[in-house]
Ligand binder design. Sequence first.
Ligand code: THU
Length: 166
Amino acid sequence: MEILQSGNMGVSMKESENLTADSIRELIKAAIEARRKSYSPYSHYQVGAALLTADGQIVTGCNIENAAYGPSNCAERTAFFKAVSEGMREFTAIAIVGSPEGEELTQYAYPCGVCRQVMREFCEPERFRIIVAKSEEDYRVMTLAALLPESFGSENLCDGNEQCQR
Ligand code: THU
């Protein structure tokens, strides 16, 4: 898997187009803050996400569980659905932090398959950045294409049909 950028305590980071080390840090900070709102009394696994829109706004989300288990929602989808329901449709990056209950982030929390597919609906796989972090300084940055290769999207529905309105 290709990691485009990474931060590790004390190591300076390379900056890539439109995503500076400062904006990455700000997004991670927002995701850590959002994780505090996690409603996860069943799994005790807390996740926070911060989604950066193309015009620079940050929309956050946390995981929200349910006694019936099935209706639970991941942090990433909470952020996407909040943003889309407010009219936002273009996104640059998402930062995700997740770990078992508690202050400490003990792992990189990669997005689940369903969340990757939801990202695919609204983002260009080669351009959209996914940041998984253990702290503001310790993170990895990947494209959605790296995490969801050979993906299925709306353009598949129209393939070869010029009349297609979808
Ligand atoms: N979870 C997320 O919020 N995002 C992911 O990508 C993976 C899993 C949540 C769902 C559930 O509330 C808890 O983590 C344990 O699976």
